[in-house]
Ligand binder design. Structure first.
Ligand code: FES
Length: 106
């Protein structure tokens, strides 16, 4: 079981329990997290699941593939710790993970 906390731009936060193997997008959509739309259904082609992963969890994620990096070029507010939620599978090692949701999505 992995606990994941989504933090909105206004400071609101919600924590959910998730299974290893789910993606961050799965958790966000299953729980109706504001600001994570996932319009392409996790196909790495829309950028509406962009989020920022806080340290130290960001450093423990799988390395993004080139398609994700290319798409992130179009993300509003792209930063060093940007990821697409649909491309981030959860593991038990990520328990307690904190994710910031951008105020806008492209
Ligand atoms: S859901 Fe479309 S890129 Fe992640």
């Amino acid at each position: 079981m992995t606990r994941v906390t989504f933090i909105q731009a206004d400071g609101r936060s919600e924590t959910f329990a998730a299974k290893a193997g789910d993606t961050l997008l799965d958790v966000a959509l299953d729980n109706g997290v504001d600001g994570i739309k996932g319009q392409c259904g996790g196909g790495c082609s829309c950028c509406t699941c962009h989020c920022w992963i806080r340290t130290p969890w960001f450093e423990h994620l799988i390395v993004p593939h080139q398609d994700e990096l290319d798409l992130l070029e179009f993300a509003w507010g792209r930063a060093e710790n940007s990821r697409l939620a649909c491309q981030v599978p959860l593991t038990d090692a990520l328990d307690g993970m904190e994710i910031e949701v951008p105020e806008q999505q492209s």
